[in-house]
Design a protein around this ligand. Structure first.
Ligand SMILES: *Cc1c(COP(=O)(O)O)cnc(C)c1O
Length: 369
């Protein structure tokens, strides 16, 4: 007799945005500006693309199941050992494996109500309970409240820094104060998907890998954001070797493809691409802040490559109207922000198109059209 367990029946299926090609066809538009998924608007890291094309002739061969060369590169990039590294199918695989390893019915996980949508999903899949922490002043991660929420059944705490969808971040000093009081028998997952953007903003962001021997910490990072390789599905985790060994027991033997291994390794050498992406992001942020101010819109200063902005009309309505004009953003009503959208910082050209279309939409709504 086969059946799906109740806790899995209750999983909310993650809804990704509509594919661009489908939208173009539906709306008969020539151009779509996609600022919905925090992708790098400059395209994929060119060194990665070259390395992948070069290696395609070997696609008949299985990848290295231990990702030796990629881990070697990552280890020197981060100043850790290969045994401190897990690589996987996006950092999402690391989050999922952590949940499968350390959560189960009877235990619980702590995370913020206004954080990454994947945490509730992986916790739900594990059958564990959720302890959802309120945000501070609507937008900020309340570190103290995370500590207060921990009880004797808490196994894992998830923290994103910078956080998605708010773009807020906590500093090294705030993190160290938090860590001092963090219990020794709980695992902290520090999700640093946007770390490189926080560095590019000149923010004093804690570098997760520096802390992996202080408490039980897993740091996750990704090639999906600043390296522009979201389609490759490559991410990694940094932790003490015992934790990495646990995670490796659970993963599939060939979870990282050949293109991902060679592309990721080449991307790590392309410091210019990262630098350029940081500069373009900072310029885009400045432009968007300025335009939001001129429009009298409240926005949350960001340490990532997206901005949460309060548009003052129902989130879905603004989202749908922008969509019909060929601009895809993210509606934020599902995150407890009924009149906010989240927009990825694009190229300057994309940012200008977005602002022009947003102005049109706000004008229409104001006139009750
Ligand atoms: C985009 C994002 C990720 C990246 O996930 P991948 O599986 O590596 O593509 C992880 N965490 C957060 C908070 C994100 O916004």
């Amino acid at each position: 007799m086969f059946s799906l367990p109740d806790h899995i029946k209750k999983v909310h299926v993650y809804e990704p945005g509509k594919p661009e090609e489908e939208l173009k066809r539906e709306l008969g538009l020539k151009e779509i500006v996609k600022l919905a998924s925090n992708e790098n608007p400059l395209g994929p890291c060119p060194s990665a693309v070259r390395a992948i094309v070069e290696d395609l002739k070997n696609l008949n061969r299985y990848p290295d199941g231990n990702s030796y060369y990629l881990k070697e590169k990552l280890a020197s990039h981060l100043g850790v050992k290969r045994k401190n590294l897990f690589v996987g199918l996006g950092s999402n695989e690391a989050l999922d494996i952590i949940s499968r390893a350390y959560l189960r019915p009877g235990l619980n996980a702590v995370y913020s109500e206004k954080s990454f949508a994947v945490y509730p999903i992986v916790v739900q899949l594990s059958g564990a309970d959720h302890k959802v922490v309120k945000a501070k002043d609507n937008y900020y991660m309340d570190l103290k409240a995370h500590l207060d929420a921990i009880d004797e059944n808490t196994a894992v705490v998830f923290l994103a820094n910078p956080n998605n969808p708010t773009g807020t971040a906590f500093s090294r000093a705030e993190f160290e104060a938090f860590l001092k009081d963090f219990p020794d028998d709980v695992l902290l997952v520090l999700d640093e998907a946007y770390y490189e953007y926080a560095v590019g903003a000149g923010f004093n962001v804690p570098n997760g890998p520096d802390y992996i021997y202080e408490k039980n910490i897993v740091v996750t990072r990704t090639f999906s954001k600043i390296y522009g390789l979201a389609g490759l599905r490559l991410g990694y985790a940094v932790a003490r070797e015992e934790i990495i060994a646990d995670m490796n027991r659970i993963r599939q033997p060939f979870n990282v493809t050949r293109p991902a291994q060679v592309g990721g390794a080449a991307a790590l050498d392309d410091k210019m691409f990262v630098k350029h992406s940081q500069v373009v992001n900072e310029e885009g942020k400045k432009y968007l802040y300025n335009e939001f101010e001129k429009l009298g819109l409240e926005y949350v200063p960001t340490y990532a490559n997206f901005i949460l902005v309060k548009v003052g009309y129902p989130s879905r309505e603004v989202f749908n109207r922008l969509l019909r004009k060929g601009v895809i953003v993210r509606a934020m009503d599902g995150y407890g922000f009924p009149d906010h959208i989240r927009v990825t910082v694009g190229t300057m050209r994309e940012n200008i198109i977005f602002i022009n279309k947003l102005k049109e939409v706000l004008e229409e709504l104001k006139e009750g059209k």
